[in-house]
Design a protein around this ligand. Sequence first.
Ligand SMILES: [Zn+2]
Length: 443
Amino acid sequence: MIAEGLLAPYETGDETPPELAQWALARIRQLSAHEVGHTLGLGHNYYDSRAGRISVMDYPHPLITLNRDGTFDYSEVYDVGIGEWDKVAIAYGYQDFPGGTDEGQALTQILDQAWDRDIRFFTNQDISIHPKADQWSNGTEAPAELNRMMEVRRVALSRFGEKAIKRGMPLATMEEVLVPLYLHHRYQVTAAASVLGGLDYIYAMRGDGREPVRPVPAEQQQAALSALLATLDPSALVLPEAIVQTLPPRPAGYFRHRELFPRYTGSTFDVIAPATVAADHTVSSILNAQRAARLVEQSAINPSLPDLHGVIDALIAATFGVTPNNPYEAEVSRAIERVVVDRLIGLAATARMPQVRAIATMRLERLQNEIPSWTARADQSDAAHYTLLARDIRRFLDRAAGTVEQPATLAAPPGAPIGEPAMDWLVPREPRCSGRDVPLNWK
Ligand SMILES: [Zn+2]
């Protein structure tokens, strides 16, 4: 489905495009190697190395790049063979040294040589904190990779249509293929967010002479914030006419299931809800309570780093400050602004760190005071939207002591091909079941 969405490969609708099977087989080969790796004792390695794809123990995202002529290059969609880290890990774990070898020294040498080639190990506990440990991501600079993927997504969405499904299939089933394309960037959003308030650390040992911790430099954090905010542009979140005009309700026998977008509209396709889902993913990644606490603390130690005030201001400017190009974008824009306010309320209500709650609360109060001046010059739809936003903020700020408000949001369809949360192979524990997505396959 990922390939069908990106390539819309069915010209006549009767052919069998060979790349679909090739992509699937490449992915299954990688997965097979991954499972053999676990069998040999290897844990997940999500490190974004300058040496490229260094481990089959990573969770791979398909790599699709845009050629100059507008076609897609998918020659390296998934890696082939085993990675450099895998060789290092097996050598470290299984090497038999000749008699008389100082084994401790020889083992250290294996790791030191890997280190020099940027072959490192970061696993489940590091994801979304370490700026270079990300699941389902590509590249080494997450913000730049996010910008690149948004361009791939934009081009693929502009070409999306009935060529994404076979002839004779209900047009409504284009939605199955649309979901992974529309959310093409979702895991790269998570990766870019890990740069914001990110801490570049290693598990340093006394005496190894290496730098244990270093906050991600300010300009890289700003690049991450810019890339994240670009995913909230209404023009990136509206659906092309070809989709809006051709997606009918689902016929009998093709019932709705969890891998479709949620709907406010009953059985008809909802052209706003996908934008709400995508925006909520970005906004909740930026306003994650632990990230917010790290922003407060990092900027306290080094004031040149982004602080939570600035991040929230940038988020509000990028969403409330846009001028939509048409009524559809205006409606999407209102949906995005609602997400921002709901997530700010969630942060102000539930963040564990008091200073995070304080900053979020102050910003909400300021927003509430600003909104009346916008309402005065807004059209009827904006006026209604801002009236409710202001009232909801006020109601939240005036809430009875002890009550906590966690706004309801639209849940994204599941995207990872395997259960979540990710299994931690190094520190075994009972998998937590969210109740919504029963993890059938722990891989
Ligand atoms: Zn695994």
